[in-house]
Design a protein around this ligand. Structure first.
Ligand code: ADP
Ligand code: MG
Length: 263
């Protein structure tokens, strides 16, 4: 076999095995190996490395797309000094992702603007970066999706979907009251993940008010029971961070030397 036909056949084999990155890198790697007088194993090692890197990148991009995180927030971006009611050490502990190992849930409870979504998303970011399948949804989207699934006869598939991710983020529970069908969907998602997979959940309602979101207080109680059994709960209070930046901006814009009316 001539050099050329060996090369063609090698390239063909790499293509057949779907090692596209290695196939593409082949000519350059062959030249490099010749120039540097690499042995067979060093050459093969370099070629496979190219394919491993490409596979990892594909996997990472896939997790990223799948996750649907609404913002690029990271734990490091959170201003803990502005929000003293958030236990920094506990957030840092959660960011190690050990909580995913025993399916611990994380609840962020508090009024609008205090950073609940930011913290949940930042944990999601850490989870994706560590290679865990992670999925972000609002409670309203989850419920709408389950509703569609029920109509289209895809209930079981959809339930399996929500059972799948290692971390499921359910944002904004309680902003809208949930009718009994919606509550049943949320209840089933929570129940089937119970002790199997972590949920990070944000809500504006204190645990005591959960009965208000749902028509049926028994469903609310059962849901909370499962969520809280193994959980870390953050009760965040204080001012909205949005309002705070808004205030700081208007204070900067206020002319100097003028008496400050509301002090
Ligand atoms: P919530 O979900 O509690 O309503 P968000 O997480 O959406 O609040 O936060 C509102 C906005 O304020 C976001 O842009 C968020 O990045 C920012 N924010 C809130 N708290 C903090 C904080 N402690 N440090 C930095 N940014 C914050
Ligand atoms: Mg929010």
């Amino acid at each position: 076999m001539s050099e050329d036909s060996i090369y063609q056949s090698l390239r063909g084999s790499l293509g057949y095995l779907r090692l596209a990155a290695a196939a593409e890198a082949l000519p350059a790697e062959l030249d490099y190996a010749q120039k540097m007088k690499l042995g067979h194993s060093a050459f093969l090692g370099r070629l496979l490395e190219v394919e491993v890197a490409a596979t990892e990148e594909r996997r990472r991009a896939g997790l990223e797309r799948f996750g649907r995180l609404p913002a690029p927030w990271r734990v490091e971006d959170f201003d803990f000094d502005a929000q003293p009611s958030v236990d920094r050490a506990m957030i840092n502990e959660l960011a190690t992702l050990r909580f995913l190992e025993d399916a611990t849930n994380v609840l962020f409870i508090g009024p609008p603007g205090v950073g609940k979504t930011m913290l949940a998303v930042a944990l999601g970011r850490a989870s994706i970066d560590a290679g865990y399948r992670t999925y972000y949804t609002t409670a309203a989207d989850l419920v709408a999706r389950c509703h569609r699934a029920a109509l289209e006869g895809r209930w079981a598939t959809t339930m399996r979907f929500f059972a799948g991710p290692r971390l499921l983020i359910i944002d904004e529970v309680g902003y809208l009251p949930l009718a009994s069908e919606a509550a049943a969907a949320l209840f089933q998602v929570i129940t089937q993940r119970y002790l199997k997979g972590s949920i990070a959940l944000t809500t504006n309602l204190g645990v005591g008010s959960w009965g208000k979101i749902f028509d049926d207080p028994m469903v609310a109680a059962a849901m909370l029971d499962r969520l809280l059994h193994k959980s870390v709960v953050f009760n965040i209070d204080g001012d909205s961070y949005r309002m705070r930046t808004h205030r700081a901006r208007s204070e900067r814009l206020r002319p100097r030397g003028k008496p400050d009316g509301d002090k």
